[in-house]
Unconditional design. Structure first.
Length: 149
């Protein structure tokens, strides 16, 4: 009885170590394996005569199941969706918008007025004052084409 008592405490100790490691290096992976170890510790309370080989197989199965449940169902619920997806990628919010060229695009580069600032614009040769539409971004450079009327 004492040996089995020690075994399920061992699985709970492993669970605490894995969950503690998850706190040190978050990523939700060790948490689920730790939960599998805790579940096996609970199973050993009810089935104390389980051999260590069977315990290892049951632990592996629990780990696969808990990781699958996380990957399939929980991961999407925990992912944070920002209400400001372009906060640190400001130029991306301008894709599809129209602006006026402040300086002509010569050799593929010019400047477009965006609000009260000038942005580097790349695209086909166009004269200053031409309306352009942003079709893409590369860092803080707007990729533009002539705006259709």
């Amino acid at each position: 009885m004492l040996a089995n008592l020690t075994l399920h405490y061992g699985w709970w100790l492993l669970a605490l170590v894995l969950i503690g490691a998850e706190l040190m290096a978050p990523g939700f992976f060790m948490l689920w394996i730790g939960m599998a170890a805790a579940a096996l510790g609970i199973v050993l309370i009810f089935i104390p005569d389980m051999s260590f080989g069977v315990q290892s197989v049951v632990f592996a199965a629990f780990a696969v199941v808990t990781c699958f449940v996380y990957w399939r169902f929980v991961r999407h619920a925990l992912s944070e969706r920002s209400d400001l997806p372009h906060l640190n990628r400001r130029a991306e919010q301008y894709i599809g918008r129209r602006f006026v060229l402040e300086t002509a695009i010569v050799n593929g580069q010019g400047k477009a007025r965006v609000g009260d600032s000038l942005w580097l614009a790349e695209g086909p040769e166009l004269p200053a004052g031409s309306p352009v539409e942003v079709v893409g971004v590369d860092g803080s450079t707007l990729k533009v084409q002539k705006a259709s009327s």
